[in-house]
Design a protein around this ligand. Structure first.
Ligand code: DGL
Length: 271
């Protein structure tokens, strides 16, 4: 699909299908834009790599997107977000929206916030939890309830493989059992893959706690960064999305499993 040359392009990247949860929120909030989505399957999983690897890879992707004329980049990946600092992005002129500020916003201004007494759990990849960027930012914004980080090193991979049964088993043994020891008011999806398992949880006995997907807050932050006050109707209301992927030959099929419209994805080596 060709992008509309007149409408600005928003670039979105993730290690795979996780960023589609953010792309979906962006498409519904900002249908007047063009979107370029990069699924970096060839470098996944990000969460098991080193901080230096992910900083470098994220910068490479941003530069690759700049060459394709994007106006703004969304790092739709909490793992990249947890390691990218202002120092790393100082030389990049294209604005970058990460998951950090929108997730903070979603937690700090949650409508139920005043009723919370127990604390929150943050689920994320090994690197995200090791870095602890979101927890530190919450505390520096005065969040005074306990924060329980829960590292889920294999969860994104199980979601990528659409292995619903193993996802449920993993959640029960690695995540839900921790809530018995540390009761919480809400669990935050600190990896963009995790909201994709929501349909698989239906009909299963899950703890009665809120689950937060920050995607809508990202869409709001992007709208703010582009000074858009709301969706602007366009002749055709379907946002244009161009998909790219690295690595696997099965990239387009992978993406199509989680995207409502037909997906044509172009393989790239990021050069
Ligand atoms: N979706 C990515 C995130 O939000 C990570 C998945 C991975 O480990 O590659 O952190």
């Amino acid at each position: 699909m060709n992008l509309n040359k007149v409408s600005p392009i928003i670039g979105i990247f993730d290690s795979g299908i996780g960023g589609l949860t953010v792309l979906k929120a962006l498409c519904s909030a900002l249908p007047q834009y063009n979107f370029l989505y990069l699924a970096d399957f060839g470098y996944a999983p990000y969460g098991n790599r080193t901080e230096e690897d992910i900083v470098q890879r994220s910068k490479t992707i941003v530069h690759w997107m700049e060459k394709r004329g994007v106006s703004l980049v969304v790092a739709a990946c909490h793992t990249s977000t947890s390691v990218l600092t202002e120092e790393h992005t100082a030389g990049i002129s294209t604005p970058i929206v990460t998951m950090l500020e929108p997730t903070l916003d979603g937690i700090l201004h949650h409508p139920n916030r005043t009723y919370w007494k127990k604390g929150i759990a943050i689920l994320g990849t090994a690197l995200t939890i090791q870095k602890g960027t979101l927890a530190v930012a919450l505390q520096s914004h005065g969040f005074d309830l306990p924060i329980y980080p829960v590292a889920c090193p294999s969860l994104a991979g199980l979601i990528e493989s659409c292995d619903a049964q193993s996802v449920i088993t993993y959640l029960k043994s690695h995540v839900f059992e921790s809530f018995a020891r540390h009761p919480v008011d809400m669990m935050v999806y600190g990896c963009t893959h995790y909201p994709l398992m929501e349909p698989w949880l239906l009909g299963h006995d899950t703890p009665h706690i809120l689950r937060m997907d920050p995607a809508e807050h990202v869409a709001r932050a992007v709208g703010g960064a582009l000074s858009v006050s709301g969706p602007v109707a366009r002749g055709d209301t379907t946002p244009r999305v161009c998909f790219y992927h690295t690595g696997t030959q099965q990239g387009p099929e992978q993406l199509a499993k989680h995207w409502p419209n037909p997906v044509t994805s172009t393989h790239t080596q990021l050069v």
